[in-house]
Write a protein that binds this ligand. Structure first.
Ligand code: AMP
Ligand code: ZN
Length: 139
């Protein structure tokens, strides 16, 4: 896609700090890292998000995430790696080319803001009703 910044990275028109590449995917460092080693994995073929990406490319991205997160853990001695994908503008997806964030946390580093939220029990009737609605939409 012509105006897509990540397509430009795939084509080499914009520089990136590449860490892994195969026929289907590319992994590179995020230029606004939440933590040291914040890496993005993208399909080389343009797809906006989870609703658009092909099963093959989605599989390839997630298989690569296993490989790259193992490397992050080894290289940076991480105690954990959060994986995150913002799916749609309504949840703050900014770059409209599917990407999986790998955000590591090193030992002793403060907790990541993206993994910290208040745990509050929900209303069980609402949870069950909502679950049923979603299950029916799958059928
Ligand atoms: P999202 O909100 O999930 O769409 O996040 C987009 C991410 O892409 C942000 O974390 C940005 O810092 C990152 N980003 C944007 N442009 C570039 C670029 N040229 N190279 C590396 N990362 C980028
Ligand atoms: Zn693109």
């Amino acid at each position: 896609m012509e105006d897509c910044i990540f397509c430009k990275i795939v084509k080499g028109e914009i520089p990136s700090t590449k860490v892994y590449e195969d026929d289907q995917v590319l992994a590179f460092e995020d230029i606004n890292p939440i933590s040291k080693g914040h890496t993005l994995i993208i399909p080389k073929a343009h797809a906006e998000n989870l609703w658009e990406i092909s099963d093959e490319d989605l599989t390839a991205v997630h298989l690569a995430s296993k490989k790259v997160s193992e490397a992050i853990k080894k290289a940076l001695d991480s105690v954990g790696v959060a994986t995150l994908q913002l799916n749609g503008r309504g949840v703050n997806q900014v770059v409209m080319h599917y990407h999986l964030h790998l955000v590591p946390r090193s030992g002793g580093a403060p907790e990541l803001p993206i993994t910290k939220w208040e745990i509050k029990p929900g209303d069980m009737d609402t949870i069950q009703q909502t679950g049923q609605q979603i299950a029916e939409a799958i059928r």
